[in-house]
Design a protein around this ligand. Structure first.
Ligand SMILES: [Zn+2]
Length: 188
């Protein structure tokens, strides 16, 4: 009786280890940080009569901009910068429809003003997966505001400049292999 119980415990432990190892491999990032939008050359940052898209730019009511506004036509795919767990929301007077991804190591990325959300709450995504499409929801819904993705990075709860991550990673363009991977994943 005791022997049987031990065999069950060992068997279950082996299954857990195999599932965990598979999960770690499947969700392993191919690059340290992936640009959420595909662009050529320097990061295209919003600058229009209603605001400057840099991190830390001043906003109404002595607030500062907590993200980086990356120029993108409405309907541009927004991709997960790293793999992680998804949360979604809608702030009509703020960043509109958004996706938030919690990554390993205390990092969180946020994708705002989306027109479409392709993921669900609690879903786990891989780096490069399309989490939604850019848009003009929330306070970006103004003709004078050029279409962009509001992109935030939080490190252990504090907002940090996404540009540091985009530049230090040396990955400004979307990795083609990751695109192929994510397309295959979507078809599954
Ligand atoms: Zn913004």
């Amino acid at each position: 009786m005791v022997k049987k119980r031990w065999l069950a415990v060992i068997g279950l432990s082996i299954v857990i280890v195999i599932v965990y190892a598979h999960d770690r491999t499947y969700y392993r990032d191919t690059v340290p940080f992936l640009a959420p939008i595909n662009f050529d050359g320097d990061v295209p940052i919003r600058c229009d009569e209603l605001g400057d898209g840099e991190f830390g730019a001043s906003r109404k009511g002595r607030r500062t901009h907590k993200g980086l506004d990356i120029l993108a036509e409405v309907g541009t795919p927004a991709r997960a910068a790293k793999s992680g767990w998804v949360a979604v929301g809608n702030v009509p007077d703020g960043m509109g429809k958004y996706v938030r991804i919690r990554h390993r190591g205390g990092l969180v990325t946020i994708y705002g003003h989306l027109s479409k959300i392709n993921v669900r709450r609690w879903q786990k995504v891989r780096q490069g997966d399309i989490v939604g499409e850019t848009g003009k929801t929330g306070n970006a819904d103004h003709p004078a505001i050029v279409p962009h993705l509001h992109f935030e990075v939080r490190n252990h709860g504090s907002s940090v400049d996404p540009l540091d991550y985009l530049e230090s990673s040396k990955v400004r363009q979307h990795d083609e292999e990751a695109v192929v991977d994510s397309v295959a994943y979507e078809l599954e």
